[in-house]
Design a protein around this ligand. Structure first.
Ligand SMILES: *Cc1c(COP(=O)(O)O)cnc(C)c1O
Length: 368
């Protein structure tokens, strides 16, 4: 039995290091640190990867979400519907626009936002739906698009964990008015620092986000609206362009690892394995298993030096940050009950078969 890290980025970066360093060396000579030509080049590459007409590079996934909502006109007095099972940034994007996040429950069939709960939560103030493609699997966008259409609402996808995922023939980044991707280092496509991108088919929205990311200017010193410093750094665009061609291969490795876990762990103890909806091809950002004995299993894996994590330990509506929403315990029972049972196992490109086998046998030993 050997130690297995939760994530090892060193393995995927080692073979890219010298090529990236050469380009960073040239960047230092050119000094084009902001708005270098590499940013536009990466935007084109990423749009084409997502099969989306446009991509705009920004400084983080949160910036992509927030600027997308702002460009749609979301503001004070508006409500935006979000899932309870997500990373807190989904809510931050809404509250930073001055709007109110309305948190609704998830469903067990895909661990994503429950479309029926979405429909129940719609009010006259609802402006947009903000589904999250959590753990790398698309939310039920067909159903959500039908709801949005019936009620005249916009959809912004939180695709921070789902670069390359598809469901019902829909690709992450193409299902709403806009989609937000994060390139935080640990995401399926990660920069060497913070970075993000927004994809959209709407040229006006894209122009608005391009202005917002850079002090609200449509041209130098033409400040049409108050904006932000939220550009994608040239250095990060360089890194991302080196990594993007390898993303499909990495996602394939994640799928193989997920298939291995599914084979090895189905029927073990009281485990519930992560659900995959029909016609869905997740990219397995995480592999969360669920058990009533989560703390014990976590300690057992810890003793064997196997990395694992809780995603996410506190449903967003119960965090101190969003206590003021007044959505107390019991408001999202499915998410609340699952949050106490989820434990993510290691899953990352470059993970060896021996490591996968070590993790699986440790989990089996625990329940034996
Ligand atoms: C990572 C993440 C974000 C935020 O991305 P940053 O780049 O860290 O700002 C938003 N939503 C989800 C679901 C995420 O996992």
């Amino acid at each position: 039995m050997s130690a297995v890290p939760f994530l090892d980025l060193g393995r995927i970066h080692a073979p890219l290091k010298s090529a990236i360093l050469a380009d960073l060396d040239a960047l230092i000579s050119s000094s084009a640190f902001a708005n270098g030509p590499q940013v536009a080049a990466f935007e084109q590459e990423f749009a084409s990867y997502c099969e989306a007409p446009h991509a705009v590079g920004v400084a983080s996934g949160l910036d992509a979400l927030r600027l997308g909502l702002l460009a749609l006109g979301v503001g004070p007095d508006d409500e935006v519907i979000v899932p309870a099972n997500t990373f807190v940034a989904t809510l931050e994007a809404v509250s930073q626009c001055g709007a109110r996040p309305v948190v609704v429950d998830m469903q067990l069939s895909d661990y994503n936002i429950d479309p029926a709960a979405v429909e129940d939560a719609i009010t006259s103030r609802t402006r947009a739906l903000l589904p999250v493609h959590l753990y790398g699997q698309l939310a039920d966008m067909r159903e959500l698009a039908a709801i949005a259409k019936r009620h005249g609402l916009a959809i912004v996808e939180d695709a921070a964990q789902a670069h390359g995922a598809t469901r019902d023939g829909i690709r992450a980044g193409t299902a709403g008015a806009a989609a937000a991707f994060s390139f935080y280092p640990g995401k399926n496509l990660g920069a060497m620092g913070d970075a993000g991108a927004l994809t959209s088919s709407d040229p006006d929205l894209v122009a608005a986000v391009r202005a917002l990311r850079e002090h609200g200017q449509s041209a130098k010193y033409h400040h049409d609206v108050p904006g932000y410093t939220a550009r994608l750094d040239t250095a990060q665009a360089i890194v991302l362009s080196h990594k993007l061609p390898l993303l499909d291969g990495w996602n394939h490795e994640r799928r193989q690892a997920a298939a291995f876990y599914a084979d090895e762990l189905s029927g073990v103890g009281d485990l519930t394995l992560p659900p995959v909806a029909a016609a869905s091809e997740p990219v397995w950002h995480l592999y969360p298993i669920a058990t009533e004995r989560r703390s014990e299993l976590e300690a057992f894996l810890g003793e064997r030096q196997i990395g694992c994590g809780r995603h996410y330990p506190v449903p967003v509506h119960l965090t101190d940050a969003y206590e003021s929403l007044g959505q107390g315990p019991g408001s999202c029972p499915v998410a609340e009950s699952l949050a106490d049972r989820l434990l993510s196992l290691p899953i990352f490109p470059g993970m060896t078969e021996a490591e996968l086998a070590s993790v699986a046998s440790a989990v089996r030993d625990f329940f034996a």
